[in-house]
Design a protein around this ligand. Structure first.
Ligand code: NAD
Ligand code: ZN
Length: 251
């Protein structure tokens, strides 16, 4: 199919849906300048992930995690929502999409104007940090200043616990409330649109699969093949901004 027909097919599916849900991965934010994980230019091509158990066990692993975090900060901070984010925000505003379930930690869905309560973050949020024990919040800028002064991030002032970005690392438990909300939204939807996820990270990738099994239509927009192309009703192997912008009528 050519692009125009694919976009038209997507537009039709959106029009026919009673209640949509959008599921996003790192691919929706590459057009904002944030690298994804699994593309050839992605982050995993350059370094291996730090697992949660390593972070908790090793001061050196924590230092390395913070060094990476502070190095990625300028890009994260400069990033703004792109055409794909804007198209999704419009679908939410119009009431066609009830929630956005995201694997991203960049906060760009919220920045595009989607109300906080309609964004379900499965892997947490990288724009701030918190204590792993008492959950007290810490700002990245303050931690950076301490890191530059002392060569390390301090422990929690309130309870002495370890401070970590508010993201979910490999090997770390998934956030229960977000998982429950995501399941509720998935089971209530008759359309699930997946944008920019390779659909290989579980349990997150299980949600689009659950939607399909529950009778919803499944649409996948991704530059390359994904783990669920075989069961999708519509697969579009193109850039997200153009496809979603075209389907929704957003520039
Ligand atoms: P992924 O890197 O595994 O997959 C991204 C997919 O998007 C790839 O298949 C890639 O081909 C595709 N893609 C990239 N740019 C695209 C574009 N403009 N149009 C269409 N397709 C495009 O990412 P994932 O599935 O989200 O899973 C990996 C983990 O990465 C997630 O758990 C997430 O927490 C984390 N992550 C988040 C960010 C972020 O917050 N922006 C960035 C990197 C990684
Ligand atoms: Zn604490």
């Amino acid at each position: 199919m050519d692009q125009e027909r694919e976009v038209a097919a997507l537009r039709r599916m959106i029009a026919e849906a009673r209640r949509g849900v959008v599921f996003t991965g790192a691919g929706i934010s590459t057009e904002s300048g944030i690298p994804d994980f699994r593309s050839p230019t992605g982050i995993w091509a350059q370094m291996r992930p730090i697992y949660f158990h390593e972070y908790v066990a090793s001061r050196e692993a924590r230092r390395e995690a913070w060094r990476r975090k502070f190095a990625s900060e300028p890009v994260m901070r400069a990033a703004e929502p792109n055409r794909g984010h804007r198209a999704v925000a419009r679908l939410v505003r119009e009431g066609r999409v009830s929630a956005v379930i995201t694997q991203n930690i960049d906060g760009l869905h919220q920045a595009s104007g989607i109300p906080e309560e309609k964004v379900i973050e499965l892997h947490g949020n990288g724009t701030y940090a918190h204590c792993l024990d008492c959950r007290r919040r810490y700002e990245i800028d303050d931690l950076r200043a301490a890191f530059e002064r002392e060569g390390d991030v301090h422990d929690c002032h309130a309870c002495g616990g370890l401070i970590k970005t508010a993201t979910i690392s490999f090997g770390q438990a998934m956030p229960e409330a977000a998982m429950r909300r995501a399941e509720t939204e998935i089971l209530a939807a008759d359309l699930c649109i997946v944008l920019g996820s390779s659909l290989v990270v579980y349990p997150a990738a299980g949600f689009p699969e659950m939607a399909k099994r529950n009778g919803a239509r499944l649409v996948i927009v991704n530059n390359e093949e994904t783990g669920l192309d075989d069961i999708a009703d519509l697969v579009i192997h193109r850039g997200i901004g153009d496809v979603m912008g075209g389907a929704v009528g957003v520039n």
